[in-house]
Design a protein around this ligand. Structure first.
Ligand SMILES: Cc1cc2nc3c(=O)[nH]c(=O)nc-3n(C[C@H](O)[C@H](O)[C@H](O)COP(=O)(O)OP(=O)(O)OC[C@H]3O[C@@H](n4cnc5c(N)ncnc54)[C@H](O)[C@@H]3O)c2cc1C
Length: 370
């Protein structure tokens, strides 16, 4: 039995941001992460301006880790390609590198970081919480921060959200030299039947292709990655061009299903709930990581000021619910057949629409923490 002031369940961006902030304030915290070493995650790896601000505040300069600059966004679909410059500085970096850096930072800040420790459940115990691990151990702490991201604890499933019928996948590629050159500095959003996929360059010359498809559509294809890849390229000639002569860098794609897009937690049962466990914004916005970092910093800051978990959860809900709602409406349109055409046509007529949606789905500047 160990006793800490705070226990953080999950060592992604949200959990690490909270751990670093609490440890820097001298609090005794333990972070429990189920994976024993650096690993890939299903994520488009686009770091928005807000994410970069938070990372810098935590002491991470992503450029030194090899992050590549992203200056413009392209939308590719049946009617061709539209391009707009991004209104802010952005970067791309693999989660394998970024999450590892943050975990090491948490340790250097004074947090106890325990890797390869999967949490099964947690319950109230006396004045605090008792956290049960898969290896039979128990950790006791005054406060619990839940940051397991895309994975729910069995006894704490999130509701389905407003768009819960998608499967997500990620694959790294090495593109043919002329395609890699054409992609440089860009994030490309490729639209295809019942889904979309973002493509961008990451460090070391690799390219991330990360996307979504409706579960029913994937099952119709026999639930085979090769079939999905063929269908995506048949429907989006731009993507087909990019992948000509490309080499996959993973034996098979990473995948995850039942993502509760559109979900925003309103109340707390006493635990401080962070990141994707608190709010799931559709992936095309490239905002999930900034929300995770924001929630971790906000929770730690409010905790240090003596606020309750309920105060925190309500504030986070106020700060995020509009953005998540708007993004979910757009996301549903992009992946539904007749409305996808409308979205594409609207962007062709008014390319500024992309920037407008991007601005209205971000964390508001007045909510950003210094
Ligand atoms: C298809 C897709 C594309 C995306 N693209 C982007 C993008 O380009 N830009 C962007 O900003 N966001 C993107 N996102 C969103 C982003 O990935 C998430 O919002 C972000 O990772 C949430 O961070 P987190 O810390 O809450 O959770 P995670 O990053 O999921 O981290 C949770 C951590 O908890 C650990 N864990 C889980 N269960 C347990 C357990 N039982 N015990 C102990 N540890 C546990 C996990 O191993 C993991 O390390 C995308 C998401 C998807 C699905």
């Amino acid at each position: 039995m160990n006793t800490y002031e705070g226990v953080i369940v999950g060592g992604g961006l949200a959990g690490s941001a909270a751990a670093i902030t609490l440890a820097q304030a001298g609090r005794s915290v333990v972070l429990l992460e189920k994976e024993s070493q650096a690993h890939h995650k299903v994520c488009g790896e686009f770091l928005s301006q807000e994410a970069l601000v938070y990372l810098r505040a935590l002491g991470v300069e992503v450029a030194t880790l090899g992050a590549v600059p992203i200056n413009a966004v392209r939308l590719a679909g049946r009617f061709g390609v539209s391009e707009v410059p991004l209104p802010f500085a952005s970067r791309a970096l693999t989660r394998r590198k970024l999450d590892e850096e943050l975990l090491q930072l948490a340790e250097r800040a004074g947090a106890t970081v325990l890797r390869g420790r999967r949490v099964l459940s947690f319950d109230r115990a006396d004045e605090g919480w008792s956290v049960r691990l898969a290896d039979g151990a128990t950790v006791v702490a005054n406060t619990v921060f839940l940051a397991t991201g895309k994975h729910d604890l069995r006894e704490r499933p999130r509701p389905a959200g407003r768009q819960g019928d998608l499967i997500a996948f990620k694959m790294y590629w090495r593109l043919a030299p002329e395609q890699a050159a054409a992609l440089e500095g860009h994030v490309e959003l490729n639209l295809y039947r019942n889904g979309y996929a973002g493509m961008l360059p990451v460090e070391d010359g690799a390219v991330n292709l990360c996307g979504l498809v409706k579960r029913a559509e994937y099952l119709r294809m026999g639930a085979r990655w090769e079939h999905l890849l063929t269908a995506m390229q048949r429907d989006c000639s731009h993507l087909k061009q990019r992948l000509q002569g490309a080499t996959p860098l993973l034996a098979k794609p990473l995948a995850i299903s039942a993502i509760p897009y559109g979900f925003v937690r309103e109340r707390s049962d006493g635990a401080w709930v962070l990141g994707d466990q608190a709010a799931v914004i559709p992936s095309f916005t490239g905002d999930g990581m900034s929300i995770a970092l924001h929630s971790g910093r906000l929770a730690a800051g409010m905790y240090l000021q003596g606020a309750t978990a309920e105060n925190f959860q309500q504030q986070l809900h106020r700060e995020l619910s509009q953005q998540v709602s708007l993004a979910t409406v757009v996301s549903r349109a992009i992946v539904s057949e007749p409305r996808r055409t409308l979205v594409e046509s609207a962007v062709r007529v008014w390319p500024g629409l992309l920037g407008s949606v991007a601005r209205r789905t971000r964390i508001r500047p007045d909510a950003m923490l210094g």
